[in-house]
Write a protein that binds this ligand. Structure first.
Ligand code: FES
Length: 388
C-alpha cells in the first residue's frame, strides 16, 4: 500500500427521467386585473421600455368608443382592478372618460405614469372623477442620470412636483423604480425618497429583459456583487420600515436559482390589452411565435379570456415538459416565464432557463458572465416619441 486512502468506488445511478403527471384541467375563474395600454406614445425613451420593438403608430390606437366598450366589458367580466398604462396614458385626452366609466362600474383604477406631462389641475380632476391610485415611475434619484436614462431633460423635477400633488390630493402613491447597472447602487436612496415623498409603496423592480431591455441587455445587466449588495439594502429596509412603507422587490432573475411565477401563471389572474386592442396574457406575449392573439374590438373579451386558443395554450400543466410537470415547485413558479423561455431557448414550452434544473440554465451564467467587468455600452433609444 502506498499510504493513499482507498475508497470504494461510488456508483452514481442516473437520475430517473421525470414522469408526466396527469392532472385535471384547470378551473378558470374571472380575471382579477387588467393592464390597459392606452397608447405606446411616451415622452421618455427608457432603454428598458417594455413597448414592443416594432411600435404601433398612434393612428392605429383604439378610439374612445372602442376603449369605453373594452373597459365596460372588463368590468362586466368581474375584473376588480384596471391599470391605465402606456407608454404614457396621460397623452390620451379621453383618459377622464375611462376613469369616470370605471368609477361608475366600481372598478379600482390605478394610473401608471412617467409623470412628466400630467398637470396639477388634471390630476385633481381625475381624482374627482374617481381615480383611486397613482403609480409614478422614477428613473433615478439623480437629475442627470434620470435625464440620461429617459433621454429627456428635466424629468426628475417634474416627477417630484407630481408626487407632491398626489399627496396633496389624498390619493395613494406608489413609486416604481426600474433598476439596472446604472442605478442599482442608489436603491437605498430610492427607498429614502419614497419615505420623504410620503409614498405608500415602492417597487424596486430589477429590469426584465424583454422589448427594449433585451436590445440594451449589455448596457443594463448588473453585476453579481451589485445584486448582493442591493438585496442586503432591501432586506434591511424592509425590516426597519415594517408598517411604514411597503417595499416590493422584483429580483433580477438572470441571477436567480428558480424562476419567477411570471404573471402568476399564464392567463390565470390578469390580462393585457394593447393600444390597438389585442388581448395578451402578458405584455411581452407578442414575442411568442405561432400564436394568434385576438382583438377585443372584434371578439368579446369574455370569449377571449375563457375560450381563445391563445389564452388556453399555457394554462394548467399539460403543455409543460415532464421536467416542469413533475417538479414539486411547479405550483410556485408555473414553469416560469414563457417569453423568457422562448427568447433564450427558442421554445416557449421549455422550462424557464432561470431554473437551476433547466438544461438551459447555463445560458444565464454565460450571459451575465459575458457582461461582468465590461464597460456598459451606450443605450439604444427608441426613435418613436410622443409626437409620432
Ligand atoms: Fe410573457 Fe413572462 S413576460 S410569460
Amino acid at each position: 500500500m502506498d499510504g493513499q486512502t482507498i475508497v470504494a468506488p461510488v456508483v452514481i445511478s442516473p437520475r430517473p427521467a421525470p414522469q408526466h403527471i396527469a392532472r385535471p384541467a384547470p378551473v378558470v375563474g374571472p380575471p382579477l386585473g387588467m393592464l390597459a395600454e392606452l397608447t405606446h406614445r411616451c415622452p421618455l425613451q427608457c432603454g428598458y421600455c417594455s413597448n414592443p420593438i416594432n411600435l404601433l403608430k398612434a393612428n392605429r390606437e383604439v378610439d374612445t368608443a372602442g376603449w369605453l366598450s373594452i373597459l365596460e366589458q372588463a368590468a362586466d367580466l368581474g375584473i376588480l382592478q384596471i391599470h391605465l398604462s402606456g407608454g404614457e396614458p396621460t397623452l390620451r385626452s379621453d383618459l377622464e372618460q375611462f376613469v369616470a366609466l370605471l368609477a361608475r362600474k366600481g372598478v379600482y383604477t390605478n394610473l401608471i405614469t412617467a409623470g412628466t406631462v400630467l398637470t396639477r389641475d388634471r390630476l385633481f380632476a381625475l381624482r374627482d372623477m374617481g381615480l383611486d391610485h397613482l403609480q409614478l415611475s422614477i428613473q433615478s434619484v439623480r437629475a442627470d442620470l434620470s435625464d440620461k436614462i429617459g433621454n429627456i431633460k428635466g424629468g426628475l423635477a417634474k416627477k417630484l412636483a407630481l408626487a407632491g400633488w398626489v399627496k396633496e390630493s389624498g390619493l395613494p402613491l406608489t413609486l416604481n423604480a426600474p433598476v439596472h447597472r446604472h442605478n442599482i447602487m442608489d436603491t437605498g436612496a430610492v427607498i429614502d425618497l419614497a419615505l420623504e415623498l410620503g409614498a405608500d409603496r415602492v417597487e424596486i423592480a430589477n429590469v426584465q429583459y424583454y422589448g427594449w431591455a433585451a436590445v440594451n441587455k449589455a448596457a443594463l445587466m448588473p453585476e453579481w456583487a451589485q445584486v448582493l449588495e442591493q438585496k442586503a439594502v432591501v432586506e434591511e429596509a424592509r425590516e426597519r420600515l415594517k408598517g411604514i412603507l411597503n417595499i416590493d422587490f422584483v429580483t433580477p432573475d438572470y441571477y436567480a436559482k428558480y424562476p419567477k411565477p411570471c404573471m402568476g401563471g399564464w392567463a390565470t389572474d390578469v390580462l393585457n390589452v394593447t393600444p390597438e386592442g389585442k388581448v395578451l396574457p402578458c405584455h411581452a406575449a407578442e414575442s411568442l411565435t405561432g400564436i394568434n392573439f385576438e382583438n377585443a374590438t372584434q371578439t368579446p373579451l369574455a370569449d377571449i379570456w375563457y375560450k381563445s386558443e391563445s389564452f388556453n395554450r399555457y394554462r394548467g400543466y399539460d403543455w409543460m415538459t415532464d421536467l416542469c410537470n413533475s417538479c414539486d415547485r411547479v405550483d410556485n413558479c408555473f414553469g416560469g416565464c414563457r417569453c423568457q423561455a422562448m427568447a433564450l431557448t427558442g421554445a416557449a414550452e421549455n422550462a424557464d432557463p432561470a431554473c437551476i434544473k433547466s438544461p438551459h440554465h447555463h445560458l444565464m451564467a454565460e450571459i451575465t458572465g459575458g457582461y461582468a467587468g465590461e464597460q456598459a455600452p451606450p443605450f439604444v433609444y427608441r426613435r418613436i416619441t410622443a409626437q409620432n
